[in-house]
Design a binder for this molecule. Sequence first.
Ligand SMILES: N[C@@H](CCC(=O)N[C@@H](CS)C(=O)NCC(=O)O)C(=O)O
Length: 281
Amino acid sequence: MSSNEYTPPTVWEWDPENGGEWAKTNRPISGATHEKTLPVGKHPFQLYSLATPNGQKVTIMFEELLALGFAEAEYDAHLIKIGDGDQFSSGFVEVNPNSKIPALMDHNTTPPTRLFESGSILQYLADKFGALVPNDHAGKTECRNWLFWQMGSAPYLGGGFGHFYAYAPYKMQYPIDRFTMETKRQLDVLDKQLANNTYIAGEEYSIADIAIWPWYGNLVLGNLYNAAEFLDVKSYTHVLRWAKQIEQRPAVQRGRIVNRTWGDEQLAERHDAADIDAVLN
Ligand SMILES: N[C@@H](CCC(=O)N[C@@H](CS)C(=O)NCC(=O)O)C(=O)O
């Protein structure tokens, strides 16, 4: 089976009309498209995000820290509508030159510290509060292995499988086969790891779980791309066990709805714990 409908030209040229539903966000150039400053709320941590899996990692992390009793982890979560191009404002680009959520400012430091890349944000917060990473050398290293595994692997799931299975303007078997294969291989990697470990990096819940659950946990629970049946997720019994276990955590229930503007439980912005309580209770 082959299709040769498209022959690449000698030099590729941008056709802004050819980005389908995502024409506004898929661009071959970086940088700001418009001047706009970001809002700043009352807490030292200012998060600019959306409740996609990459966004959920950070809001779950903040809620876990608050649940552990770190009152200094209070944060304002501002909504960045990536479908509308908010990530290309001059203010956002100053925090993240890569124009992707999540982006965070820590105003506890002088000057304030900018943070982008969800893995970097999780590591920074874990270091700052001395929490959610094992203390011993072996545990810490294994946790970091899986954190980096997630950062390298999830683009194949999101940008690869999710894009071609759920979002591309028409279905193409070649990329769907290619990225389904990779996604199932990754699920198998996780399944084998979780067969002998309660959590991803061992017996301790850590930022490795917080990074991986929003992608692979949501996927097997049927919350992502509506692809649970297609991927036969019920065969990954250990991943399912872990995903359900993590889903029960109060901080996960709270963090996953922050900056969410779709589905049952929506919370566009979070400025206080009470904002979440009002939606969940
Ligand atoms: N590696 C980045 C990926 C972030 C990312 O891809 N964010 C997406 C939403 S999940 C985004 O902001 N997309 C907007 C765009 O590409 O313009 C991270 O982990 O923080």
